[in-house]
Design a protein around this ligand. Structure first.
Ligand SMILES: Cc1ncc(COP(=O)(O)O)c(C=O)c1O
Length: 353
């Protein structure tokens, strides 16, 4: 990235994990330009081959090829639809979510987010229980009450500070949801789309969700999101709908992203470069804990990171993100090269030594 004076920056944040294939990738630019010159938008009441083609491609590459795909425009919207669909499916109302979770800022999505001051009185309606992440006993007791429609969980908690659910916890959670006929919703909006080094972070635990929500990296910055829905759900006319969702430009952008993923092996790149970064970051004694998978990495310091981030930005020309006061969040494009990762380590060294 470059500023208005032409100074080059290293982007270790990808605009909140949105930039998956890098900025201004020629394949991406070409695909959107060609589509807008043909047809930018038409109503969803007309079948779109672009949508069908994209849904087929995504299903194959993410390992959920028997799931349906509903396309919308933002992460919050994806979670709204997921929660609603779960409730239509089993007729129940209550949702189990987790402490430190973030699922969006609207209606039901904000109510299942564990940040009380984001919730306005009009969002209060939904009944939600927040369990500690990885506390399977509490989850088990709650689900046994029979009140729950769904459990919503991030593949890796992002806004909360890059916190991983244990693989074993996810497996037991899956089993409990099945046992109690509760819908398991995996929010992979930040941790998905290859960022963790697998297409979805929950695939490290070898579990399948009933509904998966995706957004951020899906179209490299073109507003788009998706809900992957298990074939056990019955499609009912009118339950889901959208004007802009899955429009022609969004599908062209998202299809170009999948093309680039394939051509440049970006999921594998995220795994490899992420592993390198995690190993190199271990040399800094100031970092209390390093958490994450692939190119979703949290660096927890013993003190606020504001000064470190300011120096990284203005002296070393590196963009980073933050979670809370003490955690630096790294969410670079999945196309980050090993040389760029090495450059980041050098620049961090210059700030920390
Ligand atoms: C895990 C998770 N879920 C949902 C959202 C909401 O997405 P959006 O801002 O596109 O509504 C975010 C955004 O940061 C997120 O990280």
């Amino acid at each position: 990235m470059y500023d208005s004076e032409g100074v080059e920056y290293l982007d270790m944040y990808g605009g909140h994990a949105v930039i998956s294939v890098g900025h201004a990738h020629p394949t991406y630019v070409q695909a959107i330009s060609a589509q807008v010159a043909k047809l930018g938008f038409y109503s969803n009441s007309v079948i779109s081959r672009l949508q069908e083609n994209f849904a087929g491609r995504l299903g194959k590459v993410c390992g959920y090829d028997d799931y349906s795909l509903f396309l919308i425009n933002s992460g919050a919207e994806a979670n709204e639809n997921a929660l609603k669909l779960a409730s239509f499916h089993n007729g129940k109302k209550k949702v189990l979510s987790f402490k430190k979770s973030f699922h969006g800022r609207t209606s039901a999505a904000v109510k299942v987010t564990d940040i009380p001051n984001y919730i306005s009185p009009v969002n209060e309606g939904l009944e939600v229980f927040f369990a500690e992440l990885n506390d399977i006993e509490t989850v088990s007791k709650e689900l046994a009450t029979g009140a729950y429609s769904s459990v919503i969980i991030e593949g890796i908690q992002g806004v909360g500070g890059i916190i991983l659910p244990d693989d074993q916890f996810l497996r037991e959670l899956r089993a409990l949801c099945t046992e109690n006929s509760v819908v398991l919703i995996l929010d992979e909006i930040q941790s998905g789309y290859g960022r963790s080094g697998k297409f979805f972070a929950h695939q490290y635990a070898d579990v399948k969700a009933d509904i998966i929500t995706v957004a951020k990296g899906i179209a490299n910055g073109f507003p788009m999101a998706g809900v992957l829905i298990s074939p056990t759900f019955k499609a009912v006319y009118g339950q889901l709908g959208t004007t802009f969702g899955g429009n022609h430009l969004a599908c062209a952008a998202a299809t170009a992203v999948l093309d680039i993923f394939e051509q440049e092996n970006l999921v594998e790149n995220a795994r490899r470069v992420g592993e390198f970064l995690m190993k190199e970051l271990a040399q800094f004694s100031q970092i209390k804990e390093i958490r994450g998978r692939g190119l979703m990495i949290g660096l927890e310091f013993g003190e606020p990171v504001k000064e470190i981030r300011t120096k990284l930005l203005f002296e070393q020309k590196v963009f980073t993100g933050v979670a809370g006061a003490n955690i630096i969040r790294l969410l670079p494009p999945l196309s980050l090269t090993l040389d760029e990762a090495k450059a980041f380590i050098q620049r961090l060294k210059a700030v920390l030594h």
